[in-house]
Design a protein around this ligand. Structure first.
Ligand SMILES: Cc1cc2nc3c(=O)[nH]c(=O)nc-3n(C[C@H](O)[C@H](O)[C@H](O)COP(=O)(O)O)c2cc1C
Length: 305
């Protein structure tokens, strides 16, 4: 029996709910060597800034139990180079493009939104939650007033849907979500990485050169599911759920919690086929429970009283 896997997210049609998380899929090219990535609903590209960035000094990744720490620090070629050299190739792939943007100032975010709005990409994902940069990033994403202000400003420069990516490094994620919604966000994505630290006990030094970094992978999944569920109960706008998804079962868990799209991140480093396997895993779940339409399961967890 044929199942509907299509999702309408902020007015954009996704052939299935599976996308990839910014910073874990490059610009898609390397993964396209493994499989045809047009099998995915969309591709989230590495976080872009107005000017190129070399990122933080190494070591900037470290393995942890069931996950990893990173302090890459938004290494990227800059938005102009992306548009000129990367995007034309990416557009040949029949899938949606989610462009992740970061800035040092609110004005930089606005300028990038202007540039990307006319590029033929599908969604702007505004990263106000990067824990690995000194300016901007998470500095904007942990205060509801600032989230409201930046969303409100950037939205005026967007001709395509604006998704605000939330930080889990806050006490009340629902409050941040409501601030973004009030500011005019079309959707939300969550979670970005959790601030963490590992120490080499023999050298008595932090393993990351940046001392601290963002934790991701299966170890963060229960936190991410909890936050998606809390946010789903607090706002009307649709959500992209992420944080430790590596299988179809994981993805279904996020969708039941309230995510309309699900994003595969760190799992891509462990299994390059993870995102494609996630699509297949969701289809198997629909088959098993004889569900005709993927949209049916969104937010359908029956919480205990
Ligand atoms: C190496 C690495 C680089 C990342 N770079 C970005 C980035 O540039 N912009 C962003 O919004 N999130 C970035 N993230 C966060 C992921 O997009 C995602 O939100 C997070 O890792 C949680 O999902 P996961 O546990 O499935 O990886 C990065 C994560 C990792 C592991």
């Amino acid at each position: 029996m044929s199942r509907n896997m299509e999702i309408d997210f902020c007015g954009v049609k996704f052939k299935n709910p599976v996308v990839t998380s910014s910073g874990t899929f490059g610009f898609g090219k390397e993964y396209n060597d493994y499989y045809d990535i047009s099998a995915l609903g969309g591709i989230g590209v590495k976080g872009l800034t107005l000017k190129p960035r070399t990122g933080n000094p190494p070591p900037r990744v470290a393995e942890t139990p069931s996950g990893m720490l990173n302090s890459v620090g938004l290494q990227n070629p800059g938005v102009e180079s992306f548009l000129k050299y990367v995007l034309p190739q990416l557009k040949k792939i029949d899938t949606n493009i989610i462009v992740n943007i970061s800035g040092n100032t609110m004005e930089e975010y606005c300028e990038m939104a202007d540039i990307i709005s006319d590029s033929g990409c599908h969604i702007i994902e505004m990263n106000v939650s990067c824990p690995n940069v000194k300016q901007g990033g998470v500095a904007f994403g942990t205060n509801p007033d600032t989230i409201y202000e930046i969303t409100n400003k950037v939205k005026k420069h967007c001709k395509i849907p604006l998704v605000v990516k939330l930080s889990p490094n806050v006490t009340d994620i629902a409050e941040m979500a409501k601030a973004a919604e009030a500011g005019g966000a079309d959707g939300l994505s969550l979670i970005n990485t959790l601030l963490g630290m590992s120490i080499d006990i023999h050298k008595r030094r932090p393993i990351l050169r940046n001392n601290v970094g963002g934790l991701s992978g299966p170890c963060v999944k229960p936190i991410a599911v909890r936050m998606v569920w809390q946010v789903k109960n607090a706002v009307e706008i649709p959500l992209i759920g992420m944080g430790g998804i590596s299988t179809g079962e994981d993805a279904v868990e996020f969708m039941l919690a309230g995510a309309s799209l699900v994003s595969v991140g760190t799992a891509n480093f462990v299994n390059p086929y993870a995102a494609r396997d996630t699509v297949e895993g969701i289809e198997k779940y629909l088959d098993k429970y004889d569900i005709e339409d993927i949209n049916y399961i969104i937010g359908k967890v029956e919480a205990w009283n």
